[in-house]
Design a binder for this molecule. Structure first.
Ligand SMILES: [Fe+2]
Length: 479
C-alpha cells in the first residue's frame, strides 16, 4: 500500500467525503450498531482509512470531521449514543459487571469504610451492659495468666468429664456470647483478642455472598488434601507452602485429591483466592489498624508473594459471581500468601509458630446440632461412645452437649472463650496456647489467614540463596 503523503491526504479526504455523503448519513441516522450493516459500514471506511478498524474508530473519526450542528454530525453523534447503549446492554446480558456495579458491590459490602485505630475503638466503646457491634465493640482489659498444657482436648461442658478440659465461667473464663463484639486489650492498649460479630451481615447481597462463601469452603474441603487428618473435621490449605517435612521447598502445592478437569481446577482455585482476599479485605476494614500494621510489618523488607495457586499464577486480581453477575477486580491486591479453609474442624490446645503476632479468621456458617437445642421433647438419654480426637473411645452423654453448640474458640492464657456464630471475625495471638472446644454435633465453616513461620523462613532462605522459587507437588505448610 502506498505510504506517500499525497496518497494519505487523498485517502483522508475520501473518508471524510464518505462519512458526510447524504446516503451514508441517512444510513447512519437509522443504523442499528449491532447489525451486519454496521460491519459493512466499517469495512467501507477501512478500505479508505485502514487504521479505522472498529465501529468506535469510525464513529470517532466521523465526529471529529463533522460539525455537531450539521446533519452528518447529528447522525454520527446519535450512532455514538446507540453504540454506547448497545455495549452496556451486551455487558448486562453476558453477566459481566459494569464499573458502577463493581463500585456498588464494594460500597454494599462496606469495604470502602475507612479503617480505624484502636484509639478510635476505645473512644466509641459502648460501655458495660451493651453487647456492642462490629463497628462499636466492647473494650475489655484483660491480662494473660497461666495457660493449660499442649494437646488438651477442650470442651464446653462435662459431657466427657474423664477426658476433656472443661472451659466455662466456673474455670475463670470470660465467655463471649454469640451476639457480643469484644476487643480484649492489655495494659499497653495492645489487642490480645478481637471478636467482631455480624461482619457483612446487613448488606443487600449478604445472603448471596455468605451462600457463595460457604459453597467455596465445603467444595475446597471436599476436594483438597486434609492437612490435619488426625483432628476432628477437615482443614485444607491453599497458596504457597514450605513443602513436606522431608523436602523443604517454597512453592505452590497441588492440593487437589480429586481429579478435576483443568477449567474446573482453575475456577475452584480462583474461588479460593477470592474468598481469602475477601477475608483479608474484611480484616483490613473492620479490625483496628494496629493489628493489620503488625502483620504487614512482620513480613519485613524481603516480603512474601501474594496468594496464588498451582492453577492461578501470581499477580493482582480476583473475581466472583454473585446473583448472576460476574464481578472482576483485575487490579486489586490479593490476600497474603496462604489461607486455610475449615469445615467442622476442632483442635486440642496448641500454639502456632507464626512470623506475625495475629491470625485472622472469619466464620461463615455455624449451626449447633438441632437435636440438642432447647426443645420441649426430651433429649436422648443414651450414652455415646465417641472416637474423635483425644482418647480413642470415651463414654459421652449427649444430654450434656451445650445448647449453644461446640467448636468455640478458646484462648487458654487470656482465659477467654468465644462462642462461635456466623459472621464472626476473629483476630487472635497464635503464639499463645489456644484451641477449639469439641464440636458436639455442631456444623461450622470458616476461613483463616495464618502467617506461618516455616513459610517465611523457607522463603527468606531461598531469597538469600538466590534460588528460583520452585513448585512442589505436595506440602504441609503447617507447624
Ligand atoms: Fe491454631
Amino acid at each position: 500500500m502506498p505510504k506517500n503523503s499525497a496518497y494519505q491526504k487523498e485517502a483522508l479526504a475520501a473518508a471524510k467525503n464518505y462519512v458526510t455523503e447524504t446516503g451514508v448519513v441517512a444510513l447512519v441516522d437509522s443504523l442499528d450498531p449491532t447489525t451486519c450493516e454496521a460491519t459493512a459500514l466499517v469495512a467501507a471506511v477501512a478500505a479508505m482509512r485502514p487504521a479505522l478498524l472498529t465501529l468506535d474508530d469510525v464513529i470517532n473519526f466521523a465526529i471529529n470531521v463533522t460539525s455537531k450542528d450539521s446533519a452528518a454530525g447529528l447522525a454520527w453523534r446519535k450512532l455514538h449514543s446507540k453504540a454506547f447503549r448497545a455495549k452496556k446492554e451486551a455487558k448486562i446480558l453476558s453477566g459481566v459487571s459494569s464499573h458502577c456495579e463493581k463500585r456498588d458491590f464494594i460500597h454494599a459490602l462496606g469495604l470502602n469504610t475507612k479503617p480505624r485505630s484502636i484509639e478510635d475503638f476505645i473512644a466509641n466503646n459502648p460501655g458495660d451492659g451493651s453487647p456492642g457491634s462490629f463497628l462499636h465493640p466492647r473494650i475489655v482489659y484483660r491480662e494473660r495468666t497461666g495457660e493449660i498444657k499442649r494437646g488438651k482436648v477442650l470442651a464446653d461442658t462435662k459431657c466427657r468429664p474423664e477426658a476433656d478440659v472443661v472451659v466455662d465461667e466456673d474455670a475463670g473464663y470470660y465467655v463471649v456470647q454469640p451476639d457480643e463484639s469484644v476487643i480484649f486489650l492489655n495494659k499497653e492498649n495492645k489487642v490480645e483478642l478481637a471478636s467482631l460479630r455480624g461482619i457483612l451481615h446487613d448488606t443487600p447481597i449478604s445472603k448471596d455472598l455468605y451462600g457463595w462463601l460457604e459453597a467455596v469452603i465445603t467444595t475446597a474441603c471436599s476436594e483438597r488434601r486434609d492437612v490435619r487428618p488426625n483432628h476432628d473435621g477437615t482443614m485444607v490449605q491453599v497458596g504457597w507452602n514450605a513443602g513436606p517435612r522431608h523436602a523443604r521447598v517454597f512453592g505452590l502445592a497441588k492440593s487437589y485429591t480429586k481429579t478435576l478437569d483443568s477449567q474446573t481446577a482453575i475456577d475452584h482455585d480462583q474461588d479460593t483466592i477470592t474468598a481469602m482476599t475477601l477475608t483479608w479485605g474484611v480484616a483490613k476494614t473492620f479490625l483496628p489498624t494496629e493489628t493489620i500494621a503488625a502483620v504487614t510489618d512482620a513480613v519485613g523488607e524481603t516480603g512474601l508473594p501474594k496468594l496464588a495457586t498451582w492453577n492461578v499464577a501470581e499477580g493482582p486480581g480476583y473475581r466472583l459471581s454473585i446473583g448472576g453477575i460476574l464481578y472482576e477486580f483485575p487490579l486489586y491486591d490479593r490476600a497474603p500468601c496462604e489461607g486455610l479453609f475449615t469445615q467442622n474442624y476442632a483442635s486440642p490446645s496448641h500454639r502456632d509458630p507464626s512470623h506475625a503476632p495475629y491470625t485472622f479468621s472469619w466464620t461463615v456458617a455455624r449451626e449447633p446440632d438441632s437435636r440438642y437445642l432447647p426443645h420441649p421433647d426430651p433429649l436422648p438419654t443414651h450414652t455415646l461412645r465417641t472416637r474423635g480426637y483425644g482418647p480413642p473411645l470415651v463414654a459421652e452423654n449427649p444430654k450434656q452437649w451445650p445448647a449453644y453448640g461446640g467448636g468455640n474458640f478458646i484462648d487458654t492464657s487470656l482465659k477467654v472463650k468465644v462462642i462461635q456464630a456466623p459472621g464472626t471475625l476473629l483476630a487472635h495471638r497464635p503464639e499463645f496456647m489456644h484451641g477449639t472446644s469439641r464440636l458436639c454435633g455442631t456444623r461450622v465453616c470458616g476461613m483463616t489467614i495464618p502467617f506461618t513461620l516455616r513459610i517465611k523462613e523457607q522463603f527468606d532462605q531461598m531469597v538469600a540463596l538466590g534460588t528460583h522459587v520452585m513448585e512442589s507437588s505436595d506440602g504441609d505448610n503447617t507447624r
